[in-house]
Design a protein around this ligand. Sequence first.
Ligand code: ZN
Length: 222
Amino acid sequence: MARLTLLVIVPHPDDETFGSGGTLLSLLARGDACGVLTLTQGEAGKTLGLCDTKADLSVLRQEELRACLDVLGVLTHPDSVHEQHHYPDGAVAAHRAEVTQVIQDALNRHRPEIILTFPPDGLNGHPDHVATHQVVKSVWDELPVESRPTLWYYALNREWLDDPSPLHLQPNRVHDVSAFITQKLRAMGCHRSQGLTLANTLRRFPERVTHEPFYEVVAGRD
Ligand SMILES: [Zn+2]
């Protein structure tokens, strides 16, 4: 099995696109295999009147995510992967031991050069984002230093935030993905049920559409 260049590990369908869709597009465009690991089906999200029940929303969001990953190229690249898990949306922290195992297995199987997940403050404090960060970081910390992948977090410029959390990490790398803007916007638009979240994110952080900021963890310091 081909080694992945980048494995994105997130709790919700749509977490993969706004912050890293352009990065995925650029890596896939040069032929690199990439992966997305989604821990929940996003059934606790808003429905916007598109469906009535959590079960229906879960089905809808799976369809949206597949359409999005198809646009990004994750589903069409022969060695790229999407792993969909079914932990309850909003309760990732209650399944910490199982999620730890899932992430350890994924790292063994896909041997990514880089993993990307949420930072310690979850970017917006969402408990699933924070729990996902904590599990990924603890798995990464336990790997022998010489076999650790590079670890990136989503990051927001401090100047964009009204009230940065004490755990805020300032980005230390930014990817100009403006060459992939058309496909990134198309991928973002696939998550129709999350249109309100998307609108809010566009209003607050429009710079992130063309320039994706990340925090690269420095071993021994972070
Ligand atoms: Zn999320």
